[in-house]
Design a protein around this ligand. Structure first.
Ligand code: NAD
Length: 545
């Protein structure tokens, strides 16, 4: 037994590769795209180290080429959830007692594999299955996922190092146990890194997990399981079950050993699960930990002193990268009327040069939205906006689903700051701008704060320091991630811990120590070296007569 106190390698953010023409990374990634497309995946469920095939199968298709079938995935139901829970509880006995260094080494190895040849596989899978271009896949499925894996090890070490005071004669210890039971991870379609982080963060802390990925991102989920397998994750530590979401999740949260939920997705779904857990609160062995990062209606607010060119770039990148399907995407903007004509022109010029199409063609900045339901929903917002007399379509407004689910980057100018697209989460490439009278800065701060139930990300553009300071104060609770003269997207693990409050989530900050604290249940151990042998305290003795 080696009793040394170990220290993991110091984490450094994974460098983002450029994929310029002629670069080795472009050649490798495009070669892997061709390889993946040439094979048809048969995706099983992963339960207790076994590949389970139910023969109830769904097609996995490319959003940008919906006739192209990448493979098929077997679907599970509540019976498979019960098997996955049993496998997780069985694996927990050994895994929760596995030394931290041994657990951490598996995730650090996964990070190194992903920084090597697995990078092309997971990036290619994310491009094909979720329609991300090479850059969006690189910053997500390679860099952010690698960062989660490496930084979480450092965060866990920091937590484990925190120990209480011990006066003379006593030794106080905090033992950081895994939660008693299993953790359920329910993940969204839009980030492969989040899909990877939600099951692996609790697992790093000694928990075992039932993972329900999004039905819209199964293709990359399959490769995450294979990557973890290649890194040596023992059977049953993470069990993947997918199928019709509501019955699967209901079956998991009804189990008395349900110990925690690690969720990212929409506000309505999280609230629904929370209600089920609340209704069952008397049935659990422990109070389950509920961690949820949910929707947003992220704002960009400009002051008259803002740099119009920087503002226009932030709006275009913040609203349209990954088709606006980022929880942090800029979706409503407030621009002073005196600045708006210049900003509008700069945005229109940029948007005119944006090409929309398949991520397999590197010239396309905007790719397809995730599927038919999203395409119809986003289109509905645009159609209703066109009918509203308070609105003008400044750019875009069209869509085309002949080959893939393509929605043109759309900018709506509105005189009504409470119109539908200013206050509702759309989750697509649609930005609404409200030009406000430049002398109404203070009123606009209030408007920004009160127009939406969400509080995820927000950005303020100003060159005057007093304006930035005023905005920081007035919008204290309007965003969990607040940006000064920068776009509201692109949080980096270890640099900008991510999450919001109000209707945007429990704000447990993915990519930070705060998140990992939710996956441990400390036990305090007090040891007294020389315990008293007389019950009487000195004060009981009477003064001599
Ligand atoms: P979603 O809510 O549709 O799905 C999320 C997960 O919940 C999926 O695994 C899905 O299968 C499951 N699910 C769906 N319906 C369910 C039900 N009735 N019962 C139980 N589970 C159910 O979200 P999505 O479309 O995958 O992702 C987009 C949403 O996620 C947006 O609202 C976005 O803002 C949010 N999001 C937030 C963050 C954040 O950090 N705050 C990050 C990414 C995405």
């Amino acid at each position: 037994m080696n009793n040394s106190r170990v220290s993991a390698p110091h984490p450094v953010n994974e460098p983002v590769l450029g994929y310029a023409p002629g670069s080795p990374e472009r050649a490798k990634l495009w070669a892997r795209l061709a390889e993946l497309k040439a094979r048809k995946l048969d995706m099983p469920l992963f339960i207790g180290g076994e590949e389970v095939r139910t023969n109830r199968r769904v097609d996995l298709r490319c959003p940008h080429d919906h006739a192209f079938v990448l493979g098929r995935a077997h679907e599970g139901g509540p019976a498979e959830v019960q098997k996955a829970i049993a496998a997780a509880l069985k694996a927990r006995r050994e895994w929760s007692r596995t030394p931290f260094a041994a657990r951490a080494a598996i995730f650090l190895k996964a990070a190194d594999l992903l920084a090597g040849d697995w990078r092309w596989t997971l990036n290619a899978a994310t491009m094909l299955g979720q329609s991300k271009n090479a850059h969006q896949a690189e910053i997500d499925s390679a860099c952010e996922f690698i960062d989660f894996l490496r930084f979480n090890v450092r965060f866990a070490e920091n937590i484990y190092a925190q120990q209480p005071e011990s006066p003379r004669g006593v030794w106080n210890r905090l033992e950081y146990r895994a939660l008693e039971g299993f953790v359920l991870a329910v993940t969204p379609f839009n980030f492969t890194a989040i899909a990877g982080n939600l099951p692996t963060a609790p697992a790093l802390m000694g928990n075992t997990v039932v993972w329900k990925p999004s039905g819209l991102a199964l293709y990359s989920a399959y490769f995450i399981m294979r990557l973890l397998e290649a890194a040596g994750l023992p059977s049953g530590v993470i069990n993947l079950v997918h199928g019709e979401p509501a019955p699967l999740v209901a079956a998991a949260v009804a189990h008395p050993e349900f110990a925690g939920l690690h969720f990212t997705g929409s506000t309505a779904v999280f609230r629904g699960i929370w209600a089920q857990v609340g209704a069952g609160v008397g049935t659990y062995r422990n109070y389950p930990r509920l961690v949820g990062e949910t929707g947003g209606k992220d704002f960009v607010l400009a002051h008259s002193s803002a740099d119009p060119d920087a503002l226009a770039v932030a709006l275009v990148r913040g609203a349209f990268e990954y088709q606006g399907q980022k929880c942090s995407a800029a979706s409503r903007a407030y621009v002073p009327a005196d600045l708006w004509p210049k900003v509008r022109k700069a945005m229109k010029d940029m948007i005119a040069s944006i090409e929309v199409g398949s991520p397999e063609d590197p010239g396309n900045f905007v790719n397809a939205v995730i599927g038919r339901a999203a395409f119809d929903k986003i289109g509905g917002f645009v159609d209703r906006a066109k009918k509203n007399k308070a609105n003008k379509i400044v750019a875009g407004g069209a869509r085309d689903d002949a080959r893939g689910y393509f929605v043109a980057p759309t900018v709506i100018e509105t005189s009504d700051a409470k119109s539908e697209t200013m206050v509702t989460e759309i989750f697509g490439p649609v930005l609404t701008v409200h030009p406000y009278p430049e002398n109404k800065w203070k009123e606009t701060l209030k408007l920004v704060d009160e127009s939406s139930p969400y509080a995820l990300t927000g950005a303020v553009f100003a060159r005057e320091r007093t304006a930035l300071l005023e905005a920081e104060r007035a919008l204290e609770n309007a965003a969990g991630n607040f940006y000064l003269n920068d776009k509201p997207t692109g949080a980096v693990v270890g640099q900008q811990p991510f999450g919001g409050a109000r209707a945007s989530g429990t704000n447990d900050k993915a990519g930070s120590q705060l998140n990992l604290l939710r996956w441990t249940s400390p036990r305090t151990i007090k040891e007294t070296f020389d315990p008293p042998r007389d019950f009487r305290y000195p004060w009981l003795a009477r003064d001599p007569a």
